[in-house]
Design a protein around this ligand. Sequence first.
Ligand SMILES: [Mg+2]
Length: 171
Amino acid sequence: MNIGIDIDDTMTDTTKLANAILHNEYPNLNIKDYHELKKEDFIKFCELHLPEIQKYMVLKDGVVETLKFWKKKGYKIYIITARGSKGMNFLIPITLEFLKNNNIPYDEIIFKQERKGNACKNKNIDIFIDDKEKVLDEVKKKNPNIRTIRFLNKKEVSKHESVRSWFEINI
Ligand SMILES: [Mg+2]
């Protein structure tokens, strides 16, 4: 069994933390979410605040326990992330360090994947977990037999199988 997993807002609460820092540092900014920043401002924000974001970033409850359990069962874990794209190569070493420091078991990490369908195909992923509907839609389109699981962070609905906690993931 090959399991593919996203990092941001799936394994971690990245957006919540980044937005807290955004609103604290720039109280007059008229946006809710740091993803709404213009591309250059987004990159600048990440470069400037990522060390802080990484320092305080925590894993969602149950991530390490679940991944260890899957490894014990002999499943392969592929982390498939957009990190490193948009010229943000500096995120790669930061991410590897974070995974190591948090004892996250995985077999392989694939960076720079804003669309993840091809990576899922190349790695023969059976189950893919992500928080973004459009990412899962594209994955499903390229891999019709894949089981897609959406990690919901807010009051959202999804056409994919959905969970709100790692303890709900039943594999
Ligand atoms: Mg994500």
